[in-house]
Design a protein around this ligand. Sequence first.
Ligand code: ZN
Length: 130
Amino acid sequence: MASIGEVVHKYIVGGLQLRCPSCEQGAMFDGFTMREKCPMCGVRFERRSGESVGGVMINLVVVELLFVVGFFTVDAITDIPPMYQLPFWLPFSILFPILFYRSSRGLWVTMTYLNGDLSKDPDETPPEVE
Ligand SMILES: [Zn+2]
């Protein structure tokens, strides 16, 4: 049985690194766009339309947690007035979701895999070699 550290490394770090959770080799993204299927093992990353909402929710939760915890931590340990923190936290709350977009979708695909809902198309045939 795998330890928690092994599971976290294998799946969570793999999701953050945008690797296919099934084969751990295929890249999930081509630039900023998620591939339809893994180029190595052929699993379909998002089977139903709207599945990317899960990644958006992960992104939203992480940015809000970082914003709230960061704001109140800085407020508690420094004398910086809240109005002077805004020039940092407002751009952070806009830029971080953009930078974290692919990783949050990768984490969602990993969660889908761990839930047993990531598979190849049933009627998929291997590509013909000419
Ligand atoms: Zn794969």
